[in-house]
Design a protein around this ligand. Structure first.
Ligand SMILES: CC(C)(COP(=O)(O)OP(=O)(O)OC[C@H]1O[C@@H](n2cnc3c(N)ncnc32)[C@H](O)[C@@H]1OP(=O)(O)O)[C@@H](O)C(=O)NCCC(=O)NCCS
Length: 205
């Protein structure tokens, strides 16, 4: 399987980075992926619910994100929900839910990455990166054109995310540069503008 996300490609023979990304200090990321723990990433199943809840509670040190995952799943908004499994244990989770964009070309589909979590004792071992890469690919396969994320500005750019404000997109939340966007289909960023609205469940917390 080939994974593509803007500035790099994983293919037979290993990782292939494009020049601009290498200039942006990607060598550490490449090394992180190559030394990553050998997790299995698969779609979440109903029997994973309790483990995903515990994982989110631990990673975020509180119940809010765990509750958000439950709300999104129960509302049918978890369009992509992946778990990372190590030694038959769920050690990571990532979720994507649809968003709307104020001005968007008809038929354009966008989703948000949130939340994502890795067990505290296993962080910084490449599991999060695997989840993001596989999550991006799963969204692409499900026909999404665009992804947004509200997160760490030194983490998501390595996957190709760019400042959303540079593309005329704004978040409902006062997020500044932390609001980022990734184009999955060519030209998608030119077909959107304005306020990005998250699923209603984000406001139910
Ligand atoms: C963010 C998270 C999912 C990353 O998973 P992970 O398996 O640790 O990630 P990886 O091993 O692939 O990558 C580690 C990198 O992420 C960075 N990172 C992790 N948490 C970070 C944070 N809170 N702020 C900024 N960078 C962070 C690390 O500094 C490291 O950077 P480096 O590669 O330049 O050294 C994980 O740290 C986590 O669950 N954190 C708590 C919950 C959370 O904040 N979720 C994200 C919400 S947007």
């Amino acid at each position: 399987m080939n994974l593509r996300a803007g500035n790099y490609r994983i293919a037979r023979g290993g990782l292939h980075f494009q020049r601009p990304y290498l200039d942006n200090g990607a060598r550490r990321f490449a090394s992180r992926l190559m030394t990553a723990l050998p997790v299995l990433v698969r779609s979440a199943l109903p029997e994973d619910d309790a483990a995903i809840r515990t994982l989110n509670e631990r990673a975020f040190e509180g119940p809010i994100e765990a509750k958000l995952v439950d709300l999104l799943r129960d509302a049918g908004q978890a369009v992509v929900s992946l778990v990372a499994v190590l030694d038959h244990r769920i050690v990571g989770h990532i979720l994507f839910s649809p968003v709307t964009v104020a001005e968007a070309q008809a038929g354009l589909r966008a989703a948000s990455l949130a939340p994502m979590s890795v067990l505290p004792e296993l962080q910084n071992r490449g599991i999060g990166s695997r989840l993001v890469l596989d999550g991006i690919e799963a969204c692409r396969q499900r026909g999404f054109d665009l992804l947004v994320v509200l997160g760490h500005t030194n983490y998501y750019p390595r996957f190709g995310f760019q400042k959303a404000s540079d593309h005329g997109l704004a978040s409902e939340y006062d997020a500044g540069d932390a609001f980022m966007v990734l184009e999955l289909t060519d030209g998608a960023l030119g077909k959107v503008r304005g306020l990005v609205k998250y699923a209603a469940e984000f406001n139910d917390l």
